[in-house]
Design a protein around this ligand. Structure first.
Ligand code: NDP
Ligand code: NHF
Length: 276
């Protein structure tokens, strides 16, 4: 049973990554993101998920510096965006992200989407960054099984993480099984469906029976599947609410009720629209 906000999963290379973190997509650069990250760190969050695309890496870095949390406790993820891909372009994009964040080492660097004709060269750049110890772990995002296989075919280093859309409407069972077999940690994006799922009767009824909010029910379901989760909020009360999920456990039957909501329904883009 996962009992702490600071519970960590061991990645294939032994690096420990928190199961729980803060996503900052659409948190505005400036006060909004700085305040959100500070509130989260104060509430015990130790992992922050940003991206070059989110245009708030500077604010994330500022909040980290202004908090009193030792750097070694923190786990910072950022991603190379689609128009930055390719070998040399990715090395340059990484330096820009690193500078904006104000960090020497990034904990996890991800390929944001599998861009056609680019993602294998991009992966080679991530390998270089890893070998140069500029990143503690490397991974991908929005990779389906065939994208992962393509990377694994050309590389000695497997992606350590695959960050994908994951929630009860899209449970990604075959992809999760593939990742389990190859020691790739699955991480959920849009875990709260941006609230779409909150009014679902199954979620409502579980929330009532556990005395928890719909958001907490869905996030706990992520963790019990051993999927890393990074809900986004910029509101202090919700940042704390989303983290208050370590004092209860969904029973197997209730996990099954949430699993049964799967409709293979994507709220975001299909990775195969980037490359098949
Ligand atoms: N790799 C990728 O391609 C992608 C990665 N991501 C990552 O995943 C993170 C999470 O996904 P995201 O798309 O942000 O969506 P989420 O599913 O985390 O939902 C975030 C939304 O839900 C609201 N919210 C948060 N907590 C609560 C709550 N307890 N009750 C009610 N509403 C709530 C937030 O509003 P408010 O802020 O006002 O509280 C926000 O509008 C992103 O921030 C990003 O880091 C996301 C999409 C794609
Ligand atoms: O990280 C991201 C945030 O959400 C966007 C819209 O769904 C995605 O395209 C992007 O990958």
């Amino acid at each position: 049973m996962m009992e702490s906000i600071q519970a960590r999963t061991k990645l294939a290379n032994g690096v420990e990554m928190p199961f729980f973190g803060l996503g900052v997509y659409q948190a505005d650069e400036g006060k909004e993101v700085v305040d959100a990250v500070k509130v989260a760190l104060k509430a015990g969050y130790r992992s922050i998920d940003t991206a070059s695309f989110y245009k708030n890496e500077e604010g994330v870095g500022q909040a980290i510096r202004e908090s009193n949390v030792p750097r070694e406790e923190l786990f910072v993820t950022t991603k190379v965006w689609n128009d930055e891909q390719g070998y040399d372009e990715t090395l340059a994009a990484f330096e820009r992200s690193r500078k904006r964040l104000g960090l020497d080492v990034i904990d996890l660097y991800l390929i944001h989407w599998p861009m056609k004709g680019k993602y294998l060269d991009t992966w080679r750049a991530l390998e270089t960054l890893y070998k140069e110890e500029k990143v503690r772990a490397i991974g991908v995002s929005n990779f389906n099984v065939h994208h992962l296989e393509a990377v694994m075919e050309i590389s000695n280093i497997n992606p350590m993480v695959d960050q994908v859309e994951f929630h009860p409407f899209l449970t990604q069972a075959p992809l999760r099984e593939f990742c389990r077999q190859h020691e790739i940690q699955v991480e959920a994006w849009r875990p709260l469906t941006k609230g779409v799922i909150f009014t679902h009767p199954v979620v409502q009824s579980l929330a009532q029976s556990y005395g928890k909010t719909p958001a907490q029910i869905v996030l706990r379901w992520n963790l019990q599947h051993r999927v890393v989760t990074i809900p986004k909020s910029v509101r202090a009360e919700r940042i704390r609410e989303n983290a208050d999920i370590f004092d209860f456990q969904l029973c197997e039957e209730d996990m099954g009720k949430l699993d049964a909501l799967n409709e293979n329904r994507r709220l975001g883009q299909d990775p195969d629209s980037f490359s098949r």
